[in-house]
Design a protein around this ligand. Structure first.
Ligand SMILES: *Cc1c(COP(=O)(O)O)cnc(C)c1O
Length: 354
């Protein structure tokens, strides 16, 4: 079975080997405060800094998921008010989660084919302690381009937090355009689920110190103190961390992966435009390079997904509002060119016989 599901998604084939290595190395039985674990973690951090091109001073912490990062941001970085700019299901959920913890969390919903109108929102930006954005909105296949994040950065000194769950590891980020970036590894990192990655700027650390929240097992300050020692606050997903380290050693620097992601995305968009289906996102400038959302009638989509399964190909279902009228194609680095060709062949043949 080939999978184009946008998470959990195809894992790198080398993971089979890394699993065996993890077992043989003995790391999986090691205490998370042992020298062996600390050395392993230090190496994972080093590889990530190198391959992702993280600025000096930006720190990495591991969590259980991207969802946990929503909670960490709400508890440790916001006293009262945040601003959530979103156009889809994940950004909306982030707002809802935060609102339960911070009663002044404000939503700002924008059109799927547009970007937030920063010029008309200076007051909102001024009042928000943290501005929250989803980089690649996995539910509808939109993206907030780096140029937009840079112009947001120029307008505000507040903390900017980015949910990059379905793009980190496949897209080159302008890290300094934001203070908190997080993801989970079952998307662009090409790994099995169960690990979240949080990348935090010096400015965000300073904010956490000012707020001084230490009430939770996952308070940012507490997490930080542990990871600074190359330990972890609680017994971690050692296997997940080990595998991430091995994949980081294996992959090309992010600029190279980014070039591949962009070229493949462009190719997919051209391919779909010529097909009988349409693209859910009409405006090319805000189309995600990692998740392609394709629109059709309910009947078309249902039958296409079924036929694809019979041909050994799993497409991503639609999500939320677009559950029945779209399917999604993950464009993550672990997916191989031959697999893309097989899906294209299938779509060509299927479209003729529909
Ligand atoms: C998948 C996804 C999440 C949730 O990830 P978990 O690992 O299940 O917590 C959050 N945000 C976005 C944009 C996602 O794509």
């Amino acid at each position: 079975m080939i999978t184009f599901y946008p998470g959990p998604s195809k894992i790198y084939p080398q993971v089979e080997q890394y699993l065996a290595e993890a077992y043989q190395s003995g790391i999986l039985s090691m205490n998370h405060r042992s020298d062996v674990f600390m050395a392993m973690l230090e190496n994972v951090f080093r590889q990530m800094h190198l391959k992702l091109g993280l600025p000096a001073g930006y720190e990495i912490y591991f969590t259980s998921s991207a969802t946990e990062c929503w909670e960490i941001v709400a508890q440790s970085l916001i006293r009262c008010r945040s601003l959530h700019l979103y156009n889809g299901a994940f950004g909306k959920k982030w707002h809802e989660y935060t609102h339960r913890i911070c009663s002044e969390a404000r939503p700002y919903e924008f059109d799927m084919n547009e970007l937030p109108a920063l010029d008309s929102m200076s007051a909102e930006l001024e009042e928000a302690e943290v501005i929250c954005l989803t980089h690649s909105e996995t539910s509808n296949g939109t993206i907030v381009p780096m140029s937009f994040l840079r112009s947001l950065r120029e307008r505000t000194d507040q903390i900017i937090a980015i949910d990059a769950t379905s793009s980190m590891g496949g897209v080159a980020m302008d890290w300094e355009a934001a203070d908190v970036w997080y993801a989970s590894v079952q998307k662009c990192f090409g790994l099995p689920p169960g690990l979240g990655v949080m990348i935090v700027s010096p400015r965000a650390i300073q904010r956490a110190e000012e707020i001084g929240c230490r009430n939770h097992y996952n308070s940012l300050l507490y997490i930080r103190e542990n990871f600074q020692k190359h330990q972890s606050p609680h017994t971690p997903n050692t296997l997940g961390i080990y595998l991430l380290g091995r994949v980081m050693e294996q992959v090309a620097p992010i600029q190279e992966l980014n070039a591949q992601t962009e070229a493949r995305a462009e190719d997919w968009y051209r391919f779909i435009e010529k097909s009988r289906y349409s693209l859910l996102v009409r405006e090319p400038a805000v189309r995600s390079t990692t998740v392609v959302a394709v629109e059709g009638t309910k009947e078309e989509i249902k039958s296409l997904k079924k036929e694809a399964l019979e041909a050994g190909i799993m497409l991503g279902s639609g999500y939320g509002t677009w559950k029945e009228t779209t399917f999604r194609i993950a464009n993550f680095p672990a997916i191989e060119a031959v697999e893309i060709d097989r899906l294209k062949d299938f779509l060509r043949k299927y479209s003729k016989t529909y």
